[in-house]
Design a protein around this ligand. Structure first.
Ligand SMILES: [Zn+2]
Length: 225
């Protein structure tokens, strides 16, 4: 995904904004509302602080959506020059067998699956993290550290109570992270902004504009950039 960050040096705040343009068989307002609520709730939860000129700036996430028909999404995508706009198809299945945000980090185009319980499972918030530039963490053992971070992938090791099956042996079937326990950590938000020099600017672009659309099963069509 991509996003725009507006830096207000008077109020000492950084607002990260993005619009998710949904299309596909399951792009409906009820689901879209749940997805947006999950992303905004989880990413605002840490009340992260990022230092600019050695002063603490509050980081706020403001994500919204539009649901599109096949015609309006094409029109929107083909002419897009804004990093605030993301294009996400929602279907039941795809060739990758998982929700994804393009084939790289920071892309503004994705294909998400309703079978990932979007809006109820932390998957949407995790994919949003990829979209704004975050990879999976290098180390995948979060035992004795509480809830795992939002960018932890499937298979991550966690304390027993955060496993699919708390009684399973660590790392065995059922003995890995149940995604619902992931939470955004303030260091993950700092990592999004760290590559940028915010000292003298009022706005930055995050991510990249791939402007891809996908077909029903997740094959890219209409590659524009
Ligand atoms: Zn991931």
């Amino acid at each position: 995904m991509s996003a725009i960050a507006k830096i207000n040096h008077d109020t000492k705040s950084i607002t990260i904004s993005a619009t998710l343009n949904f299309y596909g068989s399951f792009a409906e307002p009820i689901l879209a509302e749940k997805i947006i609520l999950e992303i905004n709730t989880l990413w605002n939860e840490p009340k992260a602080i990022f230092e600019v000129n050695e002063l603490p700036y509050e980081v706020i996430f403001s994500i919204d959506y539009v649901c599109h028909s096949a015609e309006t999404i094409l029109e929107k995508c083909i002419s897009n020059l804004s990093y605030a706009e993301n294009f996400i198809r929602i279907e039941e299945k795809n060739t990758a067998e998982r929700s994804m945000m393009g084939f790289g980090i920071g892309q503004n185009s994705g294909h998400w699956l309703i079978t990932d319980n979007l809006g109820e499972s932390t998957t949407a918030a995790h994919e949003f993290g990829h979209a704004i530039g975050l990879p999976h963490p290098d180390h995948l053992d979060y035992r004795n550290t509480g809830l795992p971070p939002i960018m932890a992938p499937r298979g991550t090791l966690v304390d027993a109570q955060y496993q699919w099956n708390p009684l399973a042996e660590t790392g065995s079937y059922g003995g890995t992270m149940r995604p619902i326990w992931r939470r955004v950590r303030d260091y993950e938000i700092v990592a999004v902004l760290r590559p940028f020099d915010l000292a003298d600017v009022s706005e930055i672009n995050i991510g990249s504009l791939t402007n891809n659309l996908y077909d029903e099963i997740g094959r890219p069509v209409g590659i524009i950039s």
